[in-house]
Write a protein of this length. Sequence first.
Length: 376
Amino acid sequence: MSTPTPGSSADLAVSLPTDTATFSAAGMFPVGRIDTHHMLVLADDVSADEVEALALSLDSHAGWVGASRLQLVPGVELQGPWEVDDELRRLMGLPAWATQVMLLECPPHRTGPLPAALVGIDPVTDAFPRSQPGGAELEALTSLRSIARRLAGGLRLAGDGPEDGSTVPVLVVPDPEMSASLTVFAPVWIAPEGVVALVSTLAPGARLHLEPTPVRGATGLAAIPVEELERLAAELGEDVLDEAWRLAERRREEAAELEAQARRAGRTIEEERDGYAVVAEIDVSQIGWGGIEVRVHGAEDVPLSVRGESWAQAGVISYSIVWTPHDPSDARSEKLPAHVRAERSAARSLIEGVAGAIQKAAGGVVVDDDGFLVAL
């Protein structure tokens, strides 16, 4: 194997063998890059082909593009994996389960500082208090976090240091149990009474939920914090945001005018529905627990992992099954007290059962929140 020159993009590991399940880059670990590059951290029961399969589920351009070089999106690669011995594990401050790493090769793209109101909410954004990732770097980190969560791995981020240009390593281990939601994408529409019957076999008391949810406060762009609007303006351009705002206002005004005309003419105003929801309690014996909700509608867009199905070209129905805790913020939190984690665990079990029942009745595939296929 030839030795790459410093700063080159030459291959850093052995060539890919035919069987990628046993692939591991040997030697030439780029120790000088560990504090300047983000890394995917994996245990010994994860193979390179599993990482590739998940990457392919996120982007059609993903795949091996060279020796030990896995493209996530054009211009962004994961290099490796390299085995991690005890010495390297101590050097990088990795947990005992970490046995291999892959380095992210991605041009840095930074925006403004993390707003004070968002500090402490997300460990990934907390790693970059002075300059938040954006563009391709943000897209890559989002993909890596999804992959790490699915594979029970972690991220070692080259976070912001105390001075401009310096970095501080930050270990983030996503909670694999954080999201309890699943979605069944299927070619068959099940009538509301059918889904009620399916859910009732697992959660007695399931019922159709057709009442519109009242909207409180601002909506749309008006509901986005000023700091986030400024970041979006920097990312997309002020002209794009202005046009989106004008279009939303025009549609709102047109809808209000049509409703006013109907009222003046004495016509009945009927709510149009293109879907429905079924709700049920997780466990009626547990006071204070929330429930689950099955949201059914025609899918306008489907994950990449579903698009290859033969039936996906003729219209797809989405059955999204979500956990609805009393505190909505609990649904996406990685820091939950023990009693709420118990509720989430029970919700996950119920949701998996409901997803399996719907898949059996309607066909199709089951997908998690990150767009990865799930076998039940």
